[in-house]
Design a protein around this ligand. Structure first.
Ligand SMILES: [Fe+2]
Ligand SMILES: [Fe+2]
Length: 193
């Protein structure tokens, strides 16, 4: 059975902590805006945005256990920085709990945290919307990135990858996923050549 967006919202409301739920709604609506701007399927973008953090409510240990139980491969980086797992676990939940069969939506959820080189339009929309949605505050350069998001999605993707890597290198002890570095190199080249 396929759920409507309202039904998906109602389910998430009971599972996610309130702030995470508000963030998910913000990403849903921002995905809708970006889909209108760039000619992507609005319904798909909204569902991907709404569900992108659907696994982000449990401790790291529980995510690791659930991945093992469901035969979801865990990389070395994910083992050390288990918060990364909410992306692939979220994709798993989208498919198996929320009955999403659309591969484009599943992929957009899978790659929303690390990004990757050569993302699809939907993947970029979710990646960018996650960063710029209205309830995000106090991120350096956010105002500028919000504006650029509606001028060039590729440039916004590049700037978000750059600022995420800067943050991870300077202010965090979190392990950096090699996919994020590769994504950064890809979008840097794309935007500077
Ligand atoms: Fe996330
Ligand atoms: Fe998010």
């Amino acid at each position: 059975m396929e759920y409507s967006i309202i039904e998906l919202q109602e389910k998430l409301k009971y599972i996610l902590p309130p702030k995470r739920f508000i963030h998910s709604l913000g990403v849903q609506y921002t995905c809708a805006n970006l889909a209108m701007r760039y000619g992507c399927d609005i319904q798909k973008a909204q569902i991907a945005g709404l569900l992108h953090d659907c696994a982000k409510y449990m401790p790291d240990e529980e995510m690791l256990t659930l991945c093992r139980k469901n035969f979801i491969p865990v990389t070395e980086t994910e083992e050390k920085s288990a918060f990364l797992l909410h992306a692939k676990l979220g994709a798993f939940f989208a498919e198996n709990v929320y009955n999403i069969s659309d591969k484009d939506i599943i992929d957009a959820i899978t790659y929303h945290t690390t990004g990757k080189p050569d993302m699809t339009l939907l993947e970029k929309i979710v990646y960018v919307a996650d960063y710029i949605e209205p309830s995000r505050k106090r991120i350096h350069g956010l105002k500028k990135i919000r504006k650029i998001s509606y001028d060039s999605l590729d440039e916004a993707t590049y700037l978000i990858l750059e600022s995420t890597l800067n943050f991870l290198q300077k202010e965090s002890t979190r392990e950096i996923d090699p996919r994020t570095k590769k994504a950064f190199e890809y979008y840097k080249y794309l935007n500077t050549h």
